[in-house]
Design a protein around this ligand. Structure first.
Ligand SMILES: [Ca+2]
Length: 450
């Protein structure tokens, strides 16, 4: 076993010997480093969904998972990999009638109470029919509700236990956000899209300002509420507008459509939000209390003109109407719709993911795994990417396709709808193979060592 010593000698001499020997040495070292890490593969663990939107651990550390389908059902995937046919909870009759074609409405959010083991409470966010006495030309009402597990059967939610917590009327069918996550302090965070249509403009959008910059509406925001107190909820006393000047539920604003946000379960528990852009740039934000993320003054790192979306102005305000700075994303990438045939255009609609904190894939530790729904609206061309924090001395996150043995270059022959994380911190990719809510092509894939 003298190879390591030979290598050490070679290394010391490398600088003074020929370039070809240096290349050989580099090959040996990088080869051995690569061999030390497992490769990555995507392993299909469940199928038969229409459009799987959320995957969460079923609370009891038994290895069971809950998987929500956009069409309104939640099913249990058992530890041995069986998808139980009878829904854990069936919300289909409470949803607005969904389009068979493309639709952003449906069952969009699911999370368990941090004390689920004791209180059996879970929360869902879904698109209900428009409430009475709302403008007739508005579209639907986003509904956040609490349910409880059945007293008789721990494998069933009690469908009669619904407690409506918060309802938000939506002028359009699109840009719903709809993610719900408990923060490390036990408050519930909700992502709410800007109302829909396009450019934060038109029916139901605040004239001149847009909803993202209007702190008197809940649209275009990240909200934070305390669901453990009050009749429906209370406002955490340190919310930015708890004392007035804006809706007290607001935690952060200037949001267009944060589709999939998640707290880093390690590090400093930062809240990552994949922010779907309009036409030119997709972005990821780390959401902080009171932050203004710029929409519709900015898109990604660029100024934005709602009347001329493909020509970012050279200049725009750097602060909002209250004097607060507009916060840039941590990274952006070009949207294929704005940059056709540009190799740096990575997709058309970001799907936010998770910071990897599992054990099986150490090469992903602390890196943000996310995706893009597709490179093309019609053809299923979803992507998985991984973003790495800036190296010391740099401000720039790097993005690369997530290479896997099963899906080279991060390319899936599917639409990447969502991501999930289990109790061990392992990650899942949720896909379907139709751009509409038809069929049963929805699948769940786990990132595993190969
Ligand atoms: Ca932004």
């Amino acid at each position: 076993m003298n190879f390591p010593n030979e290598l050490a000698v070679t290394w010391r001499q490398a600088a003074s010997i020929t370039a070809s020997a240096g290349i050989l040495l580099w090959t040996v070292l990088s080869g051995s480093a690569a061999d030390a890490k497992p490769g990555i593969a995507l392993k299909k663990v469940a199928e038969g969904f229409t459009s799987p939107t959320v995957l969460v651990p079923f609370g009891d550390k038994s290895g069971q998972l809950l998987i929500a389908d956009q069409v309104g059902t939640i099913q249990i995937l058992t530890k041995d990999g069986t998808l139980l046919e009878k829904p854990f909870l069936d919300l289909r009759s409470r949803l607005i009638k969904l389009n068979q074609g493309f639709d952003e409405r449906g069952l969009l959010g699911l999370t368990l109470h941090p004390k689920f083991a004791q209180n059996g409470k879970l929360y869902v966010m879904y698109s209900a029919p428009l409430r009475p006495d709302r403008p007739k030309d508005w579209d639907h009402t986003m509904t956040l509700s609490e349910f409880k597990v059945s007293a008789n059967d721990p494998m069933q939610a009690d469908s009669a236990s619904e407690r409506v917590i918060l309802q938000i009327d939506k002028p359009w069918f699109n840009h719903n956000g709809g993610c719900i996550e408990f923060g490390p302090e036990g408050y519930l965070y909700l992502s709410v899209g800007d109302g829909g249509n396009a450019n934060d403009d038109g029916r139901g959008h605040t004239p001149e300002l847009g909803n993202g910059q209007d702190v008197t509406t809940l649209l275009g925001k990240i909200l934070r509420i305390d669901v453990d107190k009050g009749n429906s909820y209370t406002i955490p006393s340190d919310n930015p507008f708890a004392g007035g000047k804006g809706r007290p539920e607001i935690f952060a604003y200037g949001i267009r459509n944060s589709w999939r946000m998640s707290f880093d379960r390690g590090g400093s528990h930062e809240l990552f939000a994949g922010e779907i852009g309009q036409t030119m740039f997709e972005e990821v934000n780390i959401i902080v209390k009171g932050g203004n993320y710029g929409w519709r003054i900015r898109e990604g790192f660029h100024c934005f003109d709602p009347k001329n979306v493909k020509s970012p102005p050279a200049d725009c305000p750097k602060i909002d109407a209250m004097g607060k700075p507009l916060i840039d994303p941590i990274f952006e990438y070009k949207n294929v719709n704005g940059f056709r045939n540009d190799p740096e255009a990575l997709g058309i609609s970001i799907t936010g993911g998770y910071v990897y904190r599992g054990k099986a894939l150490p090469q992903l530790e602390g890196r943000y795994v996310f995706g893009d729904w597709s490179r093309n609206f019609v053809v299923k061309g979803g992507m998985i990417y991984v973003a790495t924090r800036p190296a010391p001395g740099s401000q720039k996150w790097s993005i690369e396709p997530l290479e896997s043995a099963t899906h080279p270059k991060g390319q899936l022959q599917a639409f990447v709808v969502s991501f999930g994380q289990d109790a061990e911190g392992e990650l899942y990719v949720l896909t379907n193979e139709s751009n509409g809510l038809v069929g049963k092509t929805g699948k769940v894939h786990k990132l595993v060592p190969q």
